[in-house]
Design a protein around this ligand. Sequence first.
Ligand SMILES: *[C@@H]1O[C@H](CO)[C@@H](O)[C@H](O)[C@H]1NC(C)=O
Ligand SMILES: *[C@@H]1O[C@H](CO)[C@@H](O)[C@H](O)[C@H]1NC(C)=O
Length: 298
Amino acid sequence: MKYIRFTNPHVLFLLLVSAELTLFVFRLIFIGKPPSSVREARECLHLQTNTQESDDQFFQRMWPSLHQVVDKCSYRHFRERIKVIGSAKQSILWLNWLVDQNEHQCNAIFVHNSKSVAMERELKRYTRKCVIYSLSDKHTETARYQDPRYSVLTLKQNVSSRARHLGWGVDHYARDADSVDLAYFTVVQVHKLRYDSINIFYDGSQHIKSLFTKSPFDDANLATCQFNIIYNRPKGRLARRDFRYNWKRLLYDRRYLVAGVRKVRGSDDALAILLLNISEPYCWAKYISNQPFVAKNV
Ligand SMILES: *[C@@H]1O[C@H](CO)[C@@H](O)[C@H](O)[C@H]1NC(C)=O
Ligand SMILES: *[C@@H]1O[C@H](CO)[C@@H](O)[C@H](O)[C@H]1NC(C)=O
């Protein structure tokens, strides 16, 4: 048997290079861009959850296993950059950014109904740059006397997922100050349009609906990169149907990637969901693709 021998090592090198090049050109022409991890993750999620079951069957199967499906499809792409902030009782997932320049800001909002700001403080320690707003009806309002560079801003505020039905109109200033929707709060009270993270600890199954196309967030030109939402176990047929509907919207709306799902420990059965806004260039650049970007009104 005779082996092909390259007397000149450069020939082998050239051969390899040209093979690589051909493959690359072929990919470029016939397949387009190489699939990003986001696309791969989304395809996997579709494949795993796009089934012909009834709503009840879907719930019975997916509720206990959703965290595993998401682990397998998307969490693995981000695992190295995701940090858990908080305690076993109450925590969020935080995806670290890829680009950070001096002029870039960071805003994060927490919505819950407890007195504690332990989680918020931990995030503040972890990323000093972020201005952190904590909204709870158990807080005493202190924001006005605090310096956002050093402390968490606490606001006595009840955020209602139903308040949005009041509509986003000329009379939004006339709304009931005790209970506002998130879009109203962020635009009218915080005066920011770009948020790195919004974390919602109650009424998650309702709040999640306000993220889809034609939501108050759209109307207000608001964009948030990361969403942590606690989704309580659906009780009753309507709630289960809703669970599936929300899941489908998340997949088909094409704006969010479900990046992580965890089971919440404790008495009530709930899922903690981390969503990434993949349709906003600011978020895509900062958290997914490592491209520099121009900060505008952030
Ligand atoms: C805030 O909302 C919760 C339910 O979402 C309600 O139980 C509570 O009474 C409200 N608090 C205030 C101060 O309006
Ligand atoms: C996600 O980004 C899109 C595009 O900028 C925006 O319209 C939408 O409101 C954002 N979603 C949220 C919840 O911020």
